[in-house]
Design a binder for this molecule. Structure first.
Ligand SMILES: Cc1ncc(COP(=O)(O)O)c(C=O)c1O
Length: 366
């Protein structure tokens, strides 16, 4: 056994990502695979990003500079604030991690949604915080009243995923005002909006209103989903400039790479393809939910780039049978949802293929 590992690491669990395409191809002897297990954007990378990223390769010997500032300015413009209200990271995952590093210390408590993105829990534990899991409601939504009831004077961070992964649900936006007002003085609300661009804006709280008003609120986004450059690893946060300064102090310098930055800047300057395919994916999401219901599944409203549904059968078994057909999905047993699956919205062709194979499998299990 190696020596010297931090004691907190012993409480942590490794992040389990969806199966990779290479793994599935070699395991099942397949020549092609449809990957709908990690909520990537199958229409990406978009043309403008591809061109910008290709040309940026020429400058890889130099640390990121111009685009680093430019991206902060562009995000600031979109959010209605100056660039010094924005900071970056290697994907939203890294941003979340650096937020934990900025705020958490031994003895702090954090509130996390129990059936949600797992990283909140692990990055909090490694910082020595006590994790309090708040279960979702029976209709698979996060209820802020349950969080309020769990506040103690040690609560330091409330991690919220909106829309939530894996359920796709959104929090009632009318409950935020009251919640933010009730937060203990040192407590921060972190809203992870990784999937926000796939949701009607009117259904989401105006995080910027709280941030501008000086509330302890941090808004986190990613270029991995709607913008289609998951491999470029760019995420960002918007918060009060004083917080941003502390975040920049504790996170590593140049915490975003030149290629990803070039892609992200191009995507913000040329939003047409994101919009076109974003709308298509949202349309396909509703159509997929209808088709799933027709074949005997129960789908739930999703506001993200995936569908969340249950079948009458064990989800792990369905997932395994789909894998044999070369389709990677995410069975939700790890969240305690033994009959539920989360399936990313792919291209329309991929979605059709998935629905066809799922129907065959369900028919064969009757
Ligand atoms: C809710 C949520 N937050 C953050 C992330 C991390 O995204 P990124 O690729 O930007 O690190 C994911 C990735 O699946 C996610 O589902």
């Amino acid at each position: 056994m190696v020596k010297g590992i931090r004691k907190e690491a012993f409480d942590c669990e490794k992040y389990v990502s969806g199966k990779s395409m290479d793994e599935v191809m070699s395991e099942y002897g397949l020549s092609s695979v449809i990957k709908l297990g990690s909520n990537e954007n199958q229409y990406g990378p978009y043309q403008c990003a591809l061109e910008a990223m290709r040309s940026e390769v020429e400058r890889l010997n130099i640390y990121p500079e111009k685009n680093y500032i430019r991206l902060k300015e562009l995000v600031g413009e979109k959010m209605g604030v100056d660039g010094n209200w924005v900071s970056l990271g290697h994907g939203a995952g890294n941003v979340l991690d650096s937020v934990a590093k900025t705020l958490l210390e031994d003895g702090d408590e954090v509130l996390v949604p129990k059936e949600s993105y797992r990283l909140y829990r692990e990055i909090s534990k490694i910082m020595g915080a006590k994790v309090v899991e708040v279960p979702l409601k029976e209709n698979y939504t996060i209820d802020l009243a349950d969080y309020k009831a769990a506040f103690t004077d040690k609560t330091k961070i409330v991690w919220i995923c909106n829309p939530n992964n894996p359920t796709g649900s959104v929090i009632d936006k009318n409950t935020f005002d009251d919640f933010v007002d009730a937060m203990p003085e040192n407590c921060w609300l972190v809203i992870d909006e990784a999937y926000a661009e796939f949701c009607d804006k009117d259904l989401l709280p105006d995080a910027m209103r709280y941030i501008r008003a000086g509330k302890n609120v941090i808004d986190i986004h990613t270029f991995s989903k709607y913008y289609g450059i998951a491999g470029g690893r760019i995420g960002y946060l918007v918060a009060n400039p004083e917080f941003v300064n502390w975040y920049d102090t504790v996170s590593e310098p140049f915490n975003a790479n030149r290629i990803g930055l070039a892609g992200a800047v191009a995507l913000m300057e040329n939003p047409e393809e994101c919009k076109k395919y974003g709308e298509l994916m949202m349309k396909d999401r509703e159509w997929m939910n209808d088709e799933l219901d027709k074949m005997g599944c129960t789908s739930y409203p999703s506001y993200a780039n995936f569908v969340f549904f249950s079948t009458p059968y064990d989800a792990g078994e369905i997932g395994e049978k789909l894998l044999k057909k070369g389709i990677i999905v995410r069975p939700c047993g790890g969240w305690g949802y033994d009959k539920h699956l989360r399936v990313s919205i792919g291209t329309t062709e991929q979605n059709k293929e998935f629905l066809k194979e799922l129907k065959n499998i369900m028919d064969s299990m009757k």
